[in-house]
Design a protein around this ligand. Structure first.
Ligand code: FES
Ligand code: FES
Length: 165
């Protein structure tokens, strides 16, 4: 909790939001109205994409305390004291994460705008439900939008990522 958290903030007043961002302690400065997506992107972590900005497309998906959320619908101040993991957490030292490799192998992207959200979601599913059924994989993938691929390669990549974990 920050010292600002116990009182109302003016709309343009900035709160200091202390959190764990991609495994590191961090402090975001954000007005009360600022979304987590905008606050994270302002730090230079622009892998979190903004498409619809109203909770439909899933491009902005990040993990909040290990659960996927649409960061365009979460206020930055709501992340105080919590863990936020973005797509940048996955690739270590320039080496792609196995889920990212699966997307590459199956050519599960074209323009790539939706890809960070799908990759974060796929990694969460692989960790949480490594034995997820075909139906469950379809259910999770259908929660986000891709306008390019027709979904078949994304489904194949997610199945592959689950199998390789
Ligand atoms: Fe958040 Fe579309 S930008 S769901
Ligand atoms: Fe273009 Fe999915 S690859 S929106």
């Amino acid at each position: 909790m920050t010292e600002h958290a116990s009182r109302w903030l003016a709309p343009d007043e900035r709160a200091e939001v202390a959190l764990v961002l991609n495994g590191e302690n961090a402090v975001l400065e954000a007005e009360p109205r600022r979304t987590l997506a905008d606050a994270v992107r302002a730090t230079g972590l622009t892998g979190t994409h903004l498409g619809c900005e109203h909770g439909v497309c899933g491009a902005c998906t990040v993990l909040l305390d290990d659960e996927p959320v649409r960061s365009c619908l979460v206020l930055a101040v709501q992340a105080a004291g919590r863990r936020v993991d973005t797509v940048e957490r996955l690739a270590a030292g320039g080496t792609l994460h196995p889920v990212q490799e699966a997307f590459l192998r199956h050519r599960a992207l074209q323009c790539g705008f939706c890809t960070p959200g799908f990759v974060v979601l796929a990694e969460w599913l692989a960790r949480r439900e490594p034995d997820a059924s075909e139906e469950r994989v379809g259910e999770v993938v259908s929660s986000s939008l891709c306008r390019c691929t027709g979904y078949a390669p994304i489904l194949a990549a997610v199945r592959d990522a689950l199998g390789r974990r």
